[in-house]
Design a protein around this ligand. Structure first.
Ligand SMILES: *Cc1c(COP(=O)(O)O)cnc(C)c1O
Length: 394
């Protein structure tokens, strides 16, 4: 056998030796506060199922009904034969929910970024991007072929500096930021970023993947949280987190949406969201619009859990949202922490490079409205036990 793939073996060994090898656990139950993972029933602290909608009876029933009506696969891309009534309904309902004029859906949030960024800017243009933006934003920026100018994390003054340095070097400008940063749980100062973007006549885009269903009135997202309605040109969203299903969305200015129907490559070249997924998202919207109960519960759980972790002595970083990192430093420590948690019936994965910078490995705890108070208390007891055993807390 030739040696041309041996480098992969070497790379995999390196990952194993540095504690960065992904060992993937297998789930054999629906999503919820408790999961069956690798055959064991454990308390779940790592899903993005913020509101518990992934297995909500109303959402599940809507998906089942859509299967009966439309079958399973879309059999085409949206522009050929893949657009159903359900897609059209979902897009107008999402626009209304977000308080914008138009929306277009994609198969995932990742695809929404890959579609939107290259459609808006090209090689003569510049993208001003927060240094900790999500990988799908980074890949969208690379695909656009525009000049990528990184500014310091959540720092509008550094964004201003970047505009100053780049003056005269680009045609169009796009400013792009995560709304809630997915690994730290901090929130972009979107009001100040808007001011800088406006001053420089830049298109403003925010990725609200972890803000929808979480921030703003009844989970309407970061734009609502800051009262910036009508001021943000492009909002990226996912239907895979708080919505509990799978899919992505671009919402905002109708010109952008119309342009993506013509030029969003994953819209034109990858098959449509399936009917059951689309119907499930519509049911999730019904629930979100009917009451703020789940969003309120999510925040109540978040405040309790975070305060208790801090009281125990854990460092939860900059988080102000349900994403609660427990900062541990080196990757092998985080991996050991996760293994010990699992042995004690708690499922929370370690996160290391390249998802977070080197030396900033952590356990990322995800809080959900699906957790009962007793689940949170039980989880805290295990975090306390493992934290003491590994000398992370006293
Ligand atoms: C999770 C996430 C995505 C990807 O969403 P999917 O629907 O899972 O593809 C995009 N952007 C951010 C900021 C995310 O956190």
């Amino acid at each position: 056998m030739s040696n041309k793939l041996k480098w992969i073996q070497d790379e995999l060994h390196n990952l194993q030796n540095s504690g960065l090898y992904n060992r993937i656990r297998t789930i054999s139950s629906p999503q919820g506060a408790w999961l069956v993972v690798d055959g064991k029933k454990v308390l779940n602290f790592c899903s993005n199922n913020y509101l518990g909608l992934a297995n909500h009876p109303q959402v599940v029933a809507a998906a089942a009904k859509a299967v009966e009506t439309f079958g399973v696969g879309p059999a085409a891309v949206r522009t050929i034969a893949g657009t159903t009534d359900l897609h059209m309904q979902l897009e107008s309902r999402l626009a209304k929910f977000k308080g914008v004029e138009a929306a277009i859906t994609f198969q995932s949030g990742f695809n929404a970024n890959i579609a939107a960024i290259p459609a808006l800017v090209g090689k003569d243009d510049a993208i001003f991007s927060d240094e900790l933006n999500h990988a799908s934003i980074i890949d969208g920026c690379r695909l656009a072929g525009a000049r990528i100018v990184r500014y310091a994390h959540c720092d509008p003054q550094d964004l201003e500096r970047a505009f100053h340095d780049e003056r005269g070097k680009y045609g169009r400008a796009l400013v792009v930021t995560d709304g809630v940063f997915s690994m730290d749980g901090d929130v972009a100062p979107l009001d100040k970023i808007y001011e800088v973007s406006k001053k420089h006549d830049a298109i403003l885009m925010v990725d609200d993947a972890h803000g929808e269903g979480v921030l703003g009135k009844g989970g309407r997202g970061i734009v609502d949280h800051f009262g910036l309605h009508g001021k943000v040109d492009v909002e990226i969203g996912t239907l895979s987190k708080a919505f509990g299903v799978v899919g992505g969305v671009v919402a905002g200015n109708p010109l952008v949406v119309e342009w993506l129907r013509q030029r969003g490559r994953p819209f034109l070249f990858s098959s449509a969201m399936t009917a059951p997924d689309t119907a499930a998202c519509l049911a999730a919207l019904d629930i979100l619009e009917a009451s703020t109960e789940l969003v309120d519960k999510l925040w109540e759980n978040t405040k309790f859990f975070k305060a208790e972790l801090q009281r125990l002595g854990f460092n939860t970083g900059q988080s102000v949202t349900p994403i609660t990192p427990i900062m541990l430093g080196e990757a092998p420590v985080a991996q050991q922490f996760s293994r010990e948690l699992f042995e004690n019936g708690v499922f929370a994965m370690a996160i290391g490079f390249p998802t977070v910078p080197r030396g900033k490995a952590r356990i990322r705890v995800m809080i959900s409205a699906a957790h009962a108070k007793s689940d949170l208390e039980q989880g805290l007891a295990v975090f306390n036990l493992v934290g003491k055993k590994l000398g992370v807390i006293n």
